[in-house]
Design a protein around this ligand. Structure first.
Ligand code: PGA
Length: 251
């Protein structure tokens, strides 16, 4: 009942020409692929408009990598939900570990962004995940539960049901070539599903897609996606190459 969601986070990579070329070639491979999966692309802000134009009329979901928790005003460097909608974006990532580690996004800021994005009707991909030392201390589950409970405080069940996805990205697996085993990932995804059930009820938790992220590539995507509670993947490095991202899409 959950359609797999294959998401590409381009981070701060590419230039206008290569971003457009990548979008064009994914559009072409999507046109020939089956319709039983969703694809989401998160280009850097400056290329959203160019990519939006290329993706117009396709089923590919255009996402931002982050969003401001404010509506408008004196917030230099920030981009609001209204601006994203204006550009043709229908989705956004929130709480990516690089935002948390490098740009100071606390659990509370992530919460404010999630609420703002959901209130604007954007499909919101909330990213959570523990760092290596937390996993070593046996705290992975409690860290992820804390991130979820702060971020989703006050979110309504209907918003979660229609517009929320969660991406579990163990920080030690991002860009390192290390991947959680599908069994470890499944265990955490199951915990996340239980958290969603206790917060929003069984109908909602059965609908929310939980993606795995961290060094996903064509060679491991199939096994990850076969796990019961892994409903998609969030791909960084391997999403920058049309061939490898298309291979993950059809894995
Ligand atoms: P990676 O990044 O696939 O390069 O590990 C994943 C992510 O940060 O979303």
């Amino acid at each position: 009942m959950r359609r797999p969601l294959i998401a590409g986070n381009w981070k701060m990579n590419l230039d206008r020409a290569s971003a457009s070329a990548l979008a064009r070639s994914l559009k072409n491979s999507m046109a020939t692929a089956g319709a039983e999966r969703d694809m989401l692309l998160a280009p850097p802000y400056p290329y959203l408009a160019a990519v939006a134009e290329i993706l117009e009329g396709t089923r590919i979901i255009l996402a931002a990598q982050d969003v401001s928790p404010f509506d408008s005003g004196a917030y230099t460097g920030q981009v609001s939900t209204g601006m994203l909608l204006d550009l043709g974006c229908t989705a956004t990532l929130v709480g990516h570990s690089e935002r948390r580690a490098i740009s100071g996004d606390t659990d509370e800021i992530v919460h404010d962004k999630v609420v703002k994005a959901l209130d604007a009707g954007l499909h919101t991909v909330l990213c959570v995940g523990e760092v290596e030392s937390e996993r070593e201390r046996g705290e992975a589950e409690s860290v992820v539960r804390r991130q979820l409970s702060v971020a989703l405080d006050g979110v309504r069940a209907d918003q979660a049901s229609l517009k929320l996805s969660v991406a579990y990205e163990p920080v030690w697996a991002i860009g390192t070539g290390k991947t959680a085993t599908s069994a470890d990932a499944q265990e955490m995804h199951h915990e996340i599903r239980e958290f969603l059930e206790s917060s929003f009820g069984g109908d909602v938790s059965a609908r929310v897609r939980i993606l795995y992220g961290g060094s996903v590539k064509p060679s491991n995507a199939g096994e990850l996606l076969a796990a019961e509670d892994i409903d998609g993947v969030l791909v960084g490095g391997a999403s920058l190459d049309a061939e490898s991202f298309s291979a993950i899409y059809s894995a």
